[in-house]
Design a protein around this ligand. Structure first.
Ligand code: 4NP
Length: 144
């Protein structure tokens, strides 16, 4: 089974959304997410990510944050970073073929970090961007 790992900083806002969306769109891949940082290990996704996912029929409330490990490099076929800083961190950690989610149809843009957003505002845009890029990523993998 081919596998995809989505990586952000805390694994509580953006990459759990990417994981939930990818799992909903395609069941033929093993899909997981993690963070480069260790602050939130074991925590559930942030309340606003759980809420926006739930508004789109996706339950991410049981996900638990974990930290990226060098073992992930061999375990996953595709390692996808949510922003440039995650990508740079991954490359420093040895994931030299990691790619940025925004390269799939969003002009290589970073997915903004909603951790520092004021309340729920902005989560719909982040959700839409992640959804469109994940859809495009899956499409490109299927047609490769
Ligand atoms: P995420 O958001 O990378 O999308 O999960 C963040 C979560 C936590 C922190 C930063 C970003 N933090 O600094 O603790």
């Amino acid at each position: 089974m081919k596998s995809i790992l989505f990586v952000c900083l805390g694994n509580i806002c953006r990459s759990p959304l990417a994981e939930g969306i990818a799992k909903k769109l395609n069941s033929e891949y093993y899909i997981d997410s993690c963070g480069t940082g260790s602050w939130h290990i074991g925590e559930t996704p942030c309340a606003n990510s759980i809420k926006i996912a739930s508004q789109h029929g996706i339950d991410i409330s049981r996900y638990r944050a974990r930290q990226f490990s060098s073992e992930d490099i061999a375990r996953f076929d595709h390692i996808i970073a949510l922003d440039e800083s995650n990508l740079n961190d991954l490359k420093l950690l040895g994931a030299t073929n990691a790619i940025k989610l925004g390269s799939f149809g969003y002009d290589n843009m970073d997915v903004p970090d909603p951790y520092f957003f004021n309340g729920f505002e902005g989560f719909e845009k982040v959700y839409a961007m992640i959804h469109d890029c994940v859809e495009q990523l899956l499409h490109e993998l299927e047609t490769k």
